[in-house]
Design a protein. Sequence first.
Length: 104
Amino acid sequence: MPAAADPTPPPQDGPTTSAASAGRTGARLLTCEEVAEQLRVRATWVAAAARRGELPSRKVGRYRRFTQADVDAYVEQVARAAADPLAISARSYARHARNRRAGR
C-alpha cells in the first residue's frame, strides 16, 4: 500500500511574513537585492526609493521587504508614465521648479 503524500508544503527559501503585514495573502517577501535584480538596478537605489515612498515596502525589524505584487504595480506605474510624457508627478514638477529657480 503506497504511503499518503504529506499535505504540508515544503518550506520556501527566504523570509516570509505574517498574514497581517503581507496584506493577508501569506505572500513571500523579497529583499532589496532580489528586487534590484528584477529591476536591473542597484540595491541601494531600491532602498532609497522605498525610503522616499516611490516603491512600496514594509519594515520587518530593521530590514525593508517587498511583495511581488507591489514590485509589479511599480513597474506598471513606471510603464504607464513612460507611455504618457505629459503625466509627470507633483514631486518631479516641484524638483524641476526648484532647479529652475536655482539656475540649474
